[in-house]
Design a protein around this ligand. Structure first.
Ligand code: AMP
Ligand code: GLY
Length: 413
């Protein structure tokens, strides 16, 4: 099989790595990819949907795997399907679970799916009225896609008024701002492989969203991940029965069945698991810790999803723990420095590249999150030891990273 992966981050690098372990994979192409991935895979920048379709026909691509949400929102999966090209990603209509938080909330409310209660604020007048009366803390979110920058937790009215004004100014806030009840608990991610009326779930993974150790500092796209999360296992059945099955049923009833990978961002609360968010794709950096643990052939899994045979497939995972630590550029998640030289000696860990380019004398940083380093071992302690020893030997001055990935105590407050 010849596969085309759309995207350029560490997640797509880990997806390419998973495909490369399948003996059913003949060739892997990534568009656009990045200079780090290009050391192992063919990368080429296809610009726009038409060029992607043309390329797939010309090169007889057997499967397109879309990594990020934006091309799905733009309708790439629908177009590829129409062109008779096999694609692993939900339709634009099904992806509304991520692309419109208001859509996702309404669907959860209508189907009694556990999530934070909310109000949709359509303009600043309505917002002022609501924020004067609500209880604090409150969580404000732009309705649309905001690349991780659309959520602000506010502890009082003046803070909320200011946050709300800034969200309305973002393009993601044009369709409204959601005010959500603040959920207390601990967070975990779960991925569902969905096709027609069946699904199977992955191991649990845990992102570390704040910039600094002990979950301090600003929110980022994710500073590291651990997989599996044993404390979450006892909630699996409840999550499948009270969240996943009803969501997929509801999507079918709406005439837009969900096919592809569905990301559940969950808060484990005193009342049980509740949905924080849905995403229409794999998570970044969770994927860098999840897919290396997949024992089942990844290409077979993808084919089973696109052929509606998910239930038949035996999903198997290695009995190990993976830790992925993100190395970011100084300044991230605000304006960050570019062009820092990166040199990587031979390592026991695997490196998945995201924000890098080729400079005159090798790789240089070119993004906020630059790369992630992943190690898997029989125990969490051993995986952490290897990953941090390897990070120490990577030359990347001023790199910013967390030292506590995998150490979170998943306890209810
Ligand atoms: P989201 O982009 O919706 O995943 O939100 C980003 C982060 O904000 C989440 O990972 C949570 O840590 C936090 N968050 C979002 N919604 C809530 C909520 N209702 N209660 C508490 N924390 C939240
Ligand atoms: N790790 C969070 C995300 O992919 O949205």
């Amino acid at each position: 099989m010849k596969v085309l992966i759309i995207g350029s981050g560490g997640r797509e690098h880990a997806i390419a790595d998973a495909f490369s372990r399948s003996n059913k994979t003949r060739e892997i192409i990534i568009s656009p990819g990045n200079a780090g991935m290009a050391e192992d895979f063919r990368c080429l920048p296809l610009s726009g949907q038409d060029e992607i379709v043309e390329f797939c026909h010309a090169e007889a691509v057997d499967l397109v795997f879309i990594g990020p949400e934006q091309p799905i929102k733009d309708g790439l999966s629908d177009l590829l399907k129409k062109e008779g090209i096999r694609v692993l990603a939900p339709s634009q209509a099904a992806a509304r679970l991520e692309t419109s938080k208001a859509f996702a909330k309404q669907l959860m409310l209508a189907n009694q799916i556990p999530t934070a209660s909310y109000s949709l604020l359509r303009d600043e007048v309505q917002a002022r009225d609501f924020l004067a009366k609500c209880s604090y803390p409150i969580v404000l979110k732009a309705d649309g896609l905001a690349a991780g920058k659309g959520v602000i937790i506010c502890s009082n009215e003046p803070e909320a008024m200011q946050a709300c004004a800034s969200l309305f100014r973002q393009s993601a806030g044009k369709s409204g701002v959601l005010a959500e009840e603040y959920l207390q608990g601990w967070e975990v991610s779960l991925f569902a492989f969905c096709a027609q009326d069946a699904f199977q779930t992955s191991l649990f993974a845990q992102d570390h969203k704040q910039l600094y150790d002990q979950d301090k500092g600003p929110n980022t796209g994710g500073m590291g991940a651990v997989c599996p999360v044993p404390e979450a296992e006892k909630y699996r059945q409840e999550i499948e029965d009270t969240i996943l099955a009803p969501v997929l049923n509801a999507m079918r009833e709406l005439g837009c069945p969900y096919e592809g990978v569905l990301y559940l961002g969950l808060m484990i609360t005193h009342e049980g698991p509740k949905v924080v968010e849905f995403n229409c794709r794999f998570g970044d950096p969770e994927t860098q810790a999840l897919l290396p643990l997949l024992k089942t052939d990844f290409m077979q899994l993808c084919l089973a999803i696109t052929e509606g045979r998910v239930k038949e497939l035996k999903l198997e995972w290695f009995d190990k723990t993976a830790v992925a630590v993100v190395l970011a550029a100084p300044g991230y998640p605000a304006a960050y420095k570019k062009g820092i030289k990166i040199q990587i000696p031979p390592l026991d860990s695997k490196v998945f590249f995201s924000g890098v380019r080729r400079g005159k004398r090798g790789l240089i940083s070119w993004g906020g999150r630059v790369l992630s380093v992943m190690s898997l071992a029989d125990t969490l302690e051993n995986a952490r030891t290897t990953v941090y020893r390897d990070i120490y030997s990577i030359e990347f001055t001023q790199k910013v990273y967390r030292k506590d990935i995998g150490l979170r105590k998943n306890l209810l407050p």
